[in-house]
Design a protein around this ligand. Structure first.
Ligand code: NAD
Length: 349
């Protein structure tokens, strides 16, 4: 693990195997200086254990930056649950994971993520109190996606202002019409924006056409459509040398985690004159809501922090412009001013 390129001085990384349920899981706690680490449980079929570990290391680190930038009393963590095959998760796996989380004594708070649901969080809650995102019926606040879509909408609005456009005459291309992407599309449409969309799910696409009057393009073409803003809401690493070269937009602003394939792609975007709204600043609405859920904050506290996303982006854009730096580098520095990033000592082998 210490040789894994994604290792960043993580405080704790533990794995568990539960014979009864077949659970194979890794929990990575990146940093707890600001508070307990919070992060989703990603239930996914990985090609091998190294891929799962790398995902846990990268995603938990990103959560530290996201929580710090949103000024939450949280650190970054993540759990990956390695499924033997798509859809093969069982309630027993989440109960066993709950036991493991409980053993961490509150250093890691489990939450929903790709492949896990509020009902799965209920299973974890059967074994530990260190979990958030429970279903409404179980006393939780349910799906965090609407809060994420609210935050991304605030971020797209701030990005539009920065490129000198109004929402009512903005053209946005949207990649991915899932829980967040569709919610964002609906909010943008209500504000008067024009939408071009792409998704591998034909039902989602048909709904966007029928309900939002969106124009549809093939998923392979969405990054090359001429528009004001490209909004990635599906996959990570979507901004790489190839796609950035194709972009015909003034800015990129979306919810997908880890949009930059490499840190250097932030500079590549800047060199092309494309304003990049750093993903973890924009998509913090969900973690804000989960944090509120865990600590018992009221709706007004959630609202004010989500509204703050636009202000934080404006500060990043201004600093990046002043220093001629990529917005991604400026955001990382601002986040790191709010916690002590680990200093990795050179290993002598
Ligand atoms: P989701 O699974 O509900 O939606 C993803 C959508 O992308 C689906 O409709 C899927 O069909 C589509 N898709 C997959 N591959 C595609 C491709 N090649 N081209 C176009 N569309 C494709 O996920 P979500 O909850 O809406 O999250 C979207 C992104 O935002 C993810 O990267 C997620 O990690 C990130 N995010 C989500 C939240 C949240 O609260 N849900 C919070 C922070 C970040």
């Amino acid at each position: 693990m210490f040789d894994n390129p994604a290792f960043d001085g993580h405080e704790t990384v533990v794995h568990t195997y539960d014979q009864n349920s077949g659970l194979c899981a890794i929990v990575a706690v990146h940093n707890t200086q600001r508070g307990p680490s919070l992060g989703g449980v990603r239930a996914w079929t990985y090609a091998n254990a190294t891929g799962a570990l790398t995902d846990a290391l990268r995603l938990s680190r990103a959560m530290t930056y996201k929580a710090a930038m949103a000024d939450l009393p949280l650190g970054g963590g993540k759990a990956v649950l390695m499924l033997p095959g798509r859809g093969a998760k069982t309630p027993g796996m989440f109960e066993a994971l709950g036991e493991m989380v409980d053993g961490l004594g509150g250093r890691y708070i489990a939450a929903e993520d790709i492949g896990s649901t509020p009902d799965d969080m209920k299973r974890i809650a059967a074994r530990t109190r260190h979990v958030t995102g429970l279903p409404l019926a179980a006393g939780g606040r349910g799906d965090p996606s609407p809060a994420t879509a609210d935050g991304v909408f605030a971020g797209v609005a701030a990005t539009a202002r920065a490129i000198g456009r109004d929402l009512c005459n903005l053209h946005v291309t949207i990649q991915g019409l899932g829980n967040v992407g569709f919610g964002l599309a609906a909010r943008l449409r209500a504000a008067g924006a024009r939408l071009t969309v792409a998704d591998i799910d034909r039902t989602a696409v048909r709904r966007a056409v029928a309900e939002l009057g969106a124009t549809v393009v093939d998923v392979r073409d969405i990054a090359a459509v001429e528009a004001d803003i490209f909004s990635p809401n599906a996959l990570g690493s979507v901004l790489n040398r190839q796609t950035i070269a194709q972009l015909k937009v003034a800015a990129v602003a979306g919810a997908a985690n880890n949009q930059l394939a490499t840190p250097e792609d932030g500079e590549f975007l800047r060199a092309r004159g494309i304003l990049y709204a750093p993903d973890y600043v924009l998509n913090a609405g969900g973690v804000i809501k989960m944090c509120a859920d865990y600590f018992g904050w009221d709706d007004a506290a959630v609202r004010s922090r989500i509204d703050g996303i636009g202000d934080r982006l404006e500060a990043i854009f201004a600093e990046a412009s002043r220093r001629s730096e990529p917005t991604s580098a400026v955001a990382d520095r601002m986040a790191e001013a709010r916690f002590q990033p680990p200093r990795l000592l050179a290993r002598t082998g």
